[in-house]
Write a protein that binds this ligand. Structure first.
Ligand SMILES: [Zn+2]
Ligand SMILES: [Zn+2]
Length: 259
């Protein structure tokens, strides 16, 4: 694929907006906030899901995907994440209470299990289709990570949900081939306490964080806005002039080219 497709960009589910979900290659997505409603009949082409963390808005379609795949697929759906994220899926979702344990249930007519959970190592590149994904630690949950998404020599950095996090800015400073930063702003700046408690960014926190960055040549896009505060957040982003170099507030269906 020549571009990343943003299937879900909301910080909340609304009738017109899904939650975090990026199609990064033919068979691979990052997060599963909005797969079922966007893929249609192509849903069975999904083979790899790389998770940023286990919050519900990022994993919500995985149980339904497993339910579809068990009778239709011949190889396991591979789900990647840091250890704490995979532990959460096992303990709280696929536990035979909230949902069947599809890690143990075999695909009908085949030997593979329905899902396979694969633990990621931080800062190691994973090659899938024609791209590589490199997870790095973020400051959101115990198992949270963002990804450097790379095709040929050109890269984008996707933080997913995070609070202040030095590693993001170190990576941007270290790697001039990152041409686009996609980060989050969930709340207006007046919600600083809620942002800290829930480990999210606001426009003024993002402005503070940008002080750590030695570059000004990358495009900055944001997503994960809480729908109730969309107007206020966008006003603040504009006042602080944060959406630099053609950046924007992403909406469902947007695409960003790899090069
Ligand atoms: Zn989260
Ligand atoms: Zn989220």
């Amino acid at each position: 694929m020549e571009s990343i497709e943003f299937l879900g960009t909301g910080g909340t589910r609304t009738p017109s907006q899904g939650t975090t979900c990026l199609r990064v290659s033919d068979h691979c997505v990052i997060d599963a906030g909005n797969l079922i409603n966007t893929f249609g009949d192509d849903i069975f082409t999904i083979e790899h899901i790389f998770l940023t963390h286990s919050h519900l808005d990022h994993i919500i379609d995985i149980p339904f995907l497993a339910d579809l795949f068990v009778t239709q697929k011949s190889i396991s759906l591979k789900i990647y994440g840091l250890k704490a994220t995979l532990d959460d899926l096992r303990q709280f979702i696929f536990n035979h209470r909230v949902w069947p344990n599809f890690e143990e249930i075999t695909l009908i007519g085949h030997t593979d299990k329905t899902i396979e959970l694969i633990e990621l190592d931080l800062e190691v590149p994973y090659a899938i289709d024609d791209i590589t994904l490199t997870p790095f630690k973020t400051n959101h949950t115990e198992g949270s990570c963002g990804y450097i998404i790379e095709q040929n020599s050109s890269a984008l950095l996707f933080t997913a949900d995070t609070y202040k996090c030095d590693r993001i800015w170190e990576l941007l400073n270290e790697r001039p081939n990152i041409h686009t930063l996609i980060t989050e702003v969930s709340f207006p700046s007046s919600f600083a306490k809620l942002a800290y408690d829930s480990k999210h960014l606001t426009p003024s926190l993002l402005a503070e964080e940008l002080q750590k960055c030695k570059r000004d040549d990358f495009t900055l896009c944001v997503m994960h806005l809480k729908a109730l505060f969309m107007g206020t957040i966008i006003e603040e982003l504009n006042t602080l002039q944060l959406l630099r170099n053609g950046g924007k507030v992403l909406i469902d269906g947007d695409r960003i080219n790899y090069t």
